[in-house]
Design a protein around this ligand. Sequence first.
Ligand code: ARG
Length: 461
Amino acid sequence: MATEKLWGGRFSGDTDATVEAFTASEHFDRRLAQYDIAGSRAHALMLQSCGIISEADGLAIIDGLDTITQEISAGRFQWSAALEDVHMNIEARLTELVGEPGKKLHTARSRNDQVATDLRLFTRDAIDQLQADLTALQRALVELAEGEAESIMPGMTHMQTAQPVTCGHHLLAWNAMLDRDWQRLADCRRRVNISPLGVAALAGTGFPVDRNMTAAALGFDGVSGNSLDAVSDRDFAIEFCAAVALLMVHLSRMAEELVLWASQHLGFVDLGDAFCTGSSIMPQKKNPDVAELVRGRSGRAVGNLASLLVLMKGQPLAYNRDNQEDKQPLFDSFDNAHACLVVLAAMVPNMTFDRQRMREAAGRGHATATDLADYLVRRGLAFRDAHEAVGKAVQFAESVQRELDALSLDELRGVCELIDKDVFEVLTLEGAVHSRNHVGGTSPDQVRQAVAEARQALADR
Ligand code: ARG
């Protein structure tokens, strides 16, 4: 026998089996059950307090919802595709459990405000979790950065040696990116945390509801100001997925650098045996698969954002069933980012840098050429002329297959006679990084200062 539909009144005969299967969402939106029940609880208490249902009915509903919560967490709840979605599965079970009062829960409510409420509660929790995950990863990066405040590595532009930097400074650049991701989520949360509950299907309800009461019970900061907008827009989910996409792009960039650094050709970092995997054919391999998977998974986050944007585009007011398709991309963006942040936070403390190799690499490619030009400027040359002179010095160094700092004083003076023997302090890697001693610069002192500030900022969150 076909399951009785909660909306069956105006229909004669059964829903076609293909339609039933096609329209059902309970297999994925059951994940919203805890939020759906929280919303129903708040709604029932409000109906009761506003005199819309009796106290006895309210109590029976709360009781039934408690039982359902237990059934779901024990895995005993019988989900049914014929009941379409999480909302009707729970409501049908409620009526089965408590009888008549169960049928009153949906007074002054629609699945349209219900699902929008559930989704906002889910997204709020997702934000809180990702912010905590980000904080853990940032803490690990800041610790690592402190230990590498003095280590010198090649700073690159165009993947070519540009100027020497400290490894700690590089790691703090990652932290700065993640810091903005955390802020973006915090900003997004303000717009997520608004209650649509009580606007019913699209126009509001004729019952004397107290929307502020349900909003407060559910921890929302306020209520939405327009019923049509409240049930239809999913911009809050899009915004969340946009913040996550950007976060994942940041993680992907970090992962890409880890892959490069871990390669034998650079050999800057050892990611730790516990965080690498082997090859089924090549016995020597120790592959940075975690970093590669993080880089690869960023694609899904970008795809989920694109899905939601296209899902929303072209939807007239108010609710349309298209919106049922908002859940899987949203869930996936959260799950994916959560998994990546957790594994990276575990991996970062296991990373060890090869300071010798990094330093040697920084010593190749005339990394202190800019410092030589700046030296000439201090001696009175215009920067453009200094640039030209040092360019000639580099050309000469290349022709004799030596580094700039390996040229003799005479050879250097051959390019520009303003050069004196104090030039060699300027040409050292240490001299170069220590000289960049201002806010945002790469000097070890600045790195230590930035580490202290970052640590404080993380503690103050
Ligand atoms: N399962 C639906 C969704 O996810 C719930 C809302 C259905 N509303 C409706 N009028 N059919 O959007």
